[in-house]
Design a protein around this ligand. Structure first.
Ligand code: NI
Length: 183
């Protein structure tokens, strides 16, 4: 397995719309394993393929493990993490909303409160290409919606006020300039 370099804001690739996967094969599984390793190394809850520069509709999630950072008692031994979702699609969502202070591996150190449906049902292909459905609530629902957004070129800052978004984007541009001069 390998740790892949992350695509960081303001990289324009984060606005790309990712393409559906035609076939889940060994090459793709090797890529998904690399995505998982990358996400775990960076301490993320979820990662979309475009965040490592590949515009395909794949995401990985690791909720049971990651949620402990928010609530040490939240670890769910029965959770089927990690989850690999290929061509995920939201097929149902609740009217009830849920607000969570979201971050993103492509926006290191930046957080903003985002309001989204509290429960969603998602259909997807799993690691073996089998059709499945996931019912997610709370943090898992936040995560799967945030990652599906990435597949459509949307990031969490697109869900906040213009003022907050501009502030975060300015910080990311400043960071990029700093990294350029530092390297
Ligand atoms: Ni993200």
């Amino acid at each position: 397995m390998a740790i892949l370099p992350l695509v960081l804001s303001p990289d324009p690739r984060l606005k790309e719309i990712s393409k559906p996967v035609k076939q889940v094969d060994d090459d793709l599984r090797a890529f998904m394993d690399d995505m998982l390793e990358t996400m775990r190394t960076c301490d993320g809850l979820g990662l979309a393929a475009i965040q490592v520069g590949r515009p395909v509709r794949i995401l990985v999630m690791d909720i049971a493990r990651g949620s402990q950072r928010y609530d040490p008692d939240a670890y769910d031994e029965t959770a089927t993490d990690p989850l690999f979702l290929v061509n995920p699609e939201i097929i149902e969502q609740s009217d009830e909303l849920f607000t969570f202070d979201e971050g993103c591996l492509s926006f290191p150190g930046q957080f903003a409160a985002v309001k989204r449906p509290k429960r969603v049902k998602v259909k997807y292909l799993d690691y073996h290409g089998k059709q499945r459905e996931l019912e997610a609530e709370g943090l898992a629902a936040v995560c799967v919606q945030h990652e599906i957004d990435h597949l459509n070129g949307i990031t969490f800052v697109d869900h906040v006020s213009r003022m907050k978004r501009d502030l975060i984007l300015r910080r990311m541009k400043k960071r990029e300039r700093y990294e350029d001069t530092a390297s």
